[in-house]
Design a protein around this ligand. Structure first.
Ligand code: ADP
Length: 338
């Protein structure tokens, strides 16, 4: 049997160890993973990881197949392989299957479930506490009842907000690959969104200003999703900036933009609030990421708003940039291709 042809035919890192315990053949993928130097070496000096060595040794001894794990680092990140060790004639065939992304996806799923449960648990615990109190000690106390009911309303709306954010996120993610095609006028959309948020802004004593072109600014988009981008960004400006501040929404053309590989439209939502410490900026668009300032704990949602914005912008093949400094306000700029 041509053993080199066998390893070369395997589309994964693969190598063969002979009965003299030397690595006689390895394909290109295996040399890339383990280094060219493994060829003709004893497998103990070539592979080094005790768990893998024990497995190979056992299969050489009793000729039955086994599997194990091989952990390494590809220079950028930790990688995890499942290794299959199988007898082949008088030799042993070892193949490496990269399970890194599978493990990462599993970890993400576990983190996600843990985050959602944690976010629901807090308001739910509060609700159950108040229900208990209203059934028992505060049964006939009218003043307490009104007070508790209004707290319960706040907690229930917090849960409601979480669930609707999660639904939006999953909807946007499901459609992310399908680029939207309907013509949408951003200028008109900004005007109507500002109008719909005017009561919220007034209640918070925040002024909303706009700097818009006279003509419609048309892009191919999904109107509901673009409205959600505007609502999330303007609401953040209002929520996190506080009384006496201003949120400015502007739309304007950008000439050839390398990041978009073409002409684009710039949409910016800028506030005059306290700003965000630059250390947080790279992580702001992650799900459930919150800046743990006093204000965001008190006013904030579950930290999904900017994650939703990022996915919608991705779907539109746009780019998002967040600039902020403590004391200098926050400016979120989105570039969308025309
Ligand atoms: P949420 O949906 O809870 O508002 P986001 O994903 O929109 O969360 O924002 C994440 C975090 O970024 C918030 O917790 C808040 O602390 C911070 N943040 C977002 N926008 C602003 C802003 N305009 N000014 C100050 N902080 C902001």
């Amino acid at each position: 049997m041509n053993e080199q042809a066998v390893v070369d035919a395997v589309p994964l890192p693969a190598l063969i160890i002979q009965s003299d315990e030397r690595i006689s053949h390895a394909n290109g993928e295996a040399c890339k993973l383990l280094g060219e130097a493994i060829l003709r070496r004893h497998f103990i000096t070539g592979l080094r990881q005790p768990q893998l060595l024990d497995t190979i040794e056992a299969t050489i001894r009793d000729r039955s197949e086994r599997q194990t794990r091989y952990l390494t680092n590809d220079g950028a990140q930790d990688t995890a392989f499942r290794v299959y060790v199988r007898p082949l004639d008088t030799s042993v065939l070892v193949t490496f299957v990269d399970e890194t992304s599978l493990e990462q996806a599993g970890q993400m799923r576990r983190d996600f479930v843990a985050n959602v449960s944690h976010e629901l648990k807090t308001p739910l615990t509060a609700l159950m506490g108040f229900i208990e109190t209203l059934k028992g000690p505060a049964k006939n106390d009218e003043g307490a009842r009104d007070r508790f009911l209004s707290i319960m309303e706040t907690e229930a709306s917090r849960m409601n907000r979480l669930v609707s954010d999660l639904l939006s996120l999953s909807r946007v993610e499901a459609e992310e690959r399908v680029r939207p095609t309907t013509p949408v006028d951003l200028t008109g959309l900004v005007k109507s969104t500002i109008h719909s948020l005017s009561t919220l802004a007034e209640d918070a004593d925040v002024q909303i200003r706009s700097d818009l072109p006279d003509d419609p600014a048309i892009i191919a988009g999904d109107e509901d999703q673009l409205r959600q981008v505007l609502v999330n960004l303007i609401e953040n400006g209002i929520k996190y900036s506080g009384a006496g501040t201003t949120v400015t929404v502007s739309v304007g053309p950008v000439a050839y933009e390398t990041r978009l590989k073409g002409d684009g439209i710039r949409l910016s939502v800028k506030d005059s609030g306290a700003g965000i410490d630059p250390v947080h900026l790279p992580r702001l668009t992650e799900r459930f990421y919150r800046v743990d300032s006093h204000r965001s704990r008190e006013k904030g949602g579950p930290g999904l708003g900017l994650a939703i914005v990022k996915h919608i912008v991705n779907r539109h093949r746009g780019r998002i940039r967040i600039e902020s400094a403590r004391g200098a306000g926050t400016d979120v700029t989105i570039l969308l291709p025309v």
